[in-house]
Write a protein that binds this ligand. Structure first.
Ligand SMILES: [Zn+2]
Length: 154
C-alpha cells in the first residue's frame, strides 16, 4: 500500500511537504488547426508546499497524478465539444459493430477509429458530427450497409 501523502517525500527537495491542493489548470490545445484554451478552475492536484522547493518556478511544484491527468483529458474533449473515447466505444458497442465494421461503413482510412477510441488522436469536428449522426439516428447504419452493398455490386 502507498504511504499517505503527508508521509511521502517530494522528489525534488526531499521534504515531507506534499499536500493536496486545488489548482486552476489552463492549457492550449490545437484541434482542427485552431488553438483553444482548455480551462479547469478546480483541478485536484498535489503540490510541494516547501517554499525552498523550486522558488524560481513555483508552478513546477504542482504534481498532476493519474486522476488529474484523466480529468484533464475528459475535460479537453468536453470543452472541444467532442465525444470522449469511452463514449465512442460505448456507442459503437451498443450498435454491435466492431471497429472494422464501423470504419468500413464510414470509409474511414487506416486505424482512425481505433486511435479515436484509445484517445491517441482527437477526431475532427466534422467526423465527430458524422459519428453522432450514426450513433443517434437509428436508420443510419442500415442506410450505410445498403450503400456498402451497392458499392460492392457495381
Ligand atoms: Zn519539494
Amino acid at each position: 500500500m502507498r504511504k499517505p501523502l503527508k508521509a511521502q517525500r517530494c522528489d525534488v527537495c526531499g521534504e515531507q511537504s506534499l499536500r493536496r491542493v486545488t489548482v486552476c489548470h489552463e492549457e492550449t490545445v490545437t484541434h482542427d488547426g485552431r488553438q483553444q484554451v482548455v480551462r479547469i478552475p478546480d483541478l485536484p492536484a498535489i503540490r510541494c508546499t516547501n517554499p525552498q522547493c523550486r522558488p524560481e518556478h513555483p508552478d513546477d511544484t504542482i504534481i498532476l497524478d493519474d486522476n488529474a491527468l484523466e480529468r484533464i483529458s475528459l475535460e479537453t474533449y468536453r470543452q472541444l465539444g467532442l465525444l470522449t473515447p469511452p463514449e465512442i466505444r460505448a456507442h459503437r458497442e451498443r450498435l454491435r459493430l466492431t471497429q472494422q465494421e464501423l470504419a468500413d461503413l464510414l470509409r474511414l482510412g487506416g486505424n482512425s477509429l481505433s486511435r479515436w477510441e484509445s484517445g491517441a488522436v482527437y477526431q475532427s469536428r466534422s467526423l465527430d458530427t458524422l459519428l453522432r449522426i450514426v450513433f443517434n439516428l437509428p436508420d443510419t447504419v442500415p442506410f450505410l450497409r445498403k450503400r456498402e452493398l451497392e458499392a460492392v455490386n457495381v
